[in-house]
Design a protein around this ligand. Structure first.
Ligand code: TXA
Ligand code: MG
Length: 330
């Protein structure tokens, strides 16, 4: 963007909710906390606002956005729910689950936000401030993670500021988020598909569905040839540093992203170490993941070595993000 905006930063209170809703209705871009990560909101029915949003993030417009709504009635106005989708929505909303569903004929979400697909991604966030903003604004809000495209998602208002100050109108500062990784995305097609592991563990979803979630096919296309998960670019969520996975020893000059208190060789007094969870808890590790990656990256290290993390619960989402952070740098 050529002209720098003055980005206002407000603590998350009633006045901030009013200011956020007003800015959204005027076509503005507002970053706000959700329980997963900070989102960058725009009026989902306003193509000009959505165009500004893609530009502010440097995001390719073929990568569609999630529409955030306040309640199930608002979700049903924009998408068709089959029985499994209804069961998932009733069980897990508000919460860290996004459903990809067929649009209704009069879906108010602009085509630009859905990249021209005949499906729309929807979620009801659980964060109090996000819900207040949605209620006062009164319509669907598209909100990708509030970071420069391809960068690590923000889990504090300071992360948003460092990526997007001068490019957006308002940041509502609600402190650190609770979950720390983005929502789990399930495509409700003929068979429910896990499009992105995330803040709601796969096992909880499978328990409600009574069946296993399918993985997207290798060519990432539905039978009709539509991309199933257009945003799942291989290299994504990337810090500047190279990321080395499943490290069993620390090489000279590397920083360590540790998990648990297991021993690892190669560490000395000068080694830079941050621990995702000393007690080996994957939920705690998810909360710390993006903040620790940003912190190590800001120290200018060349390589971040990451200890193995179990694939259970939120570990599946953590390992997914770490693999994407490592792509092209190994
Ligand atoms: O937790 C979250 O989901 C956060 C907070 C802010 O809600 N949002 C978020 O949005 O992670 P974003 O834009 O960073 O990721 C949305 C993902 C992208 O990978 C996009 O391709 C996918 O959702 N998506 C959106 N609409 C889709 C659709 N119709 N079909 C398949 N994938 C879709
Ligand atoms: Mg994102």
């Amino acid at each position: 963007m050529n002209v720098a905006l003055k980005t206002e930063i407000l603590p998350a209170d009633e006045a901030a909710v009013t200011a956020a809703a007003r800015a959204l209705s005027e076509g503005g871009l507002v970053a706000f906390p959700t329980e997963t990560v900070y989102g960058l909101g725009a009026d989902a029915t306003n193509p000009a606002a959505i165009a500004r949003l893609y530009q502010a993030k440097g995001r390719p417009a073929f990568n569609p956005l999630i529409a955030h709504v306040g309640d199930i009635a608002a979700a049903q106005a924009i998408a068709r729910f089959d029985a499994p989708a209804t069961a998932l929505a009733k069980t897990f909303w508000p919460g860290p689950l996004t459903l990809v569903l067929p649009k209704t004929p009069d879906c108010a979400v602009a085509d630009l936000a859905t990249a021209g697909l005949d499906t729309v991604a929807i979620r009801i966030p659980a964060h109090r401030i996000a819900r207040d903003i949605l209620r006062v604004f009164g319509g669907p809000v598209v909100a990708p993670s509030a970071n420069i495209s391809g960068h690590v998602s923000p889990t504090t208002a300071a992360h948003v500021e460092s990526d997007l100050a001068g490019r957006i109108d308002l940041i509502v500062d609600g402190g650190a988020v609770e979950v720390g990784v983005e929502s789990t995305i399930v495509g409700c097609f003929d068979e429910p598909i896990l499009l992105r592991p995330g803040g709601l563990p796969r096992a909880e979803i499978e328990r409600v569905l009574g069946r296993a979630l399918v993985q997207p096919p290798a060519d990432n296309e539905s039978d009709s040839g539509q991309p199933l998960a257009p945003g799942m670019l291989a290299s994504h969520y990337a810090p500047r540093a190279r990321v080395r996975l499943n490290a069993e020893r620390l090489e000279p000059g590397e920083a360590l992203l540790a998990f648990g208190l297991g021993a690892i060789s190669g560490i000395d007094a000068t080694s830079m170490v941050m621990n995702l969870s000393e007690r080996g808890d994957v939920a705690e590790a998810a909360t710390n993941l993006f903040g620790h990656l940003r912190a190590l990256d800001s120290k200018g290290v060349c390589t971040i070595a990451v200890m193995p993390i179990p694939d259970e619960g939120l570990g599946e989402a953590i390992n997914d993000r770490l693999r994407r952070a490592a792509v092209g740098r190994e």
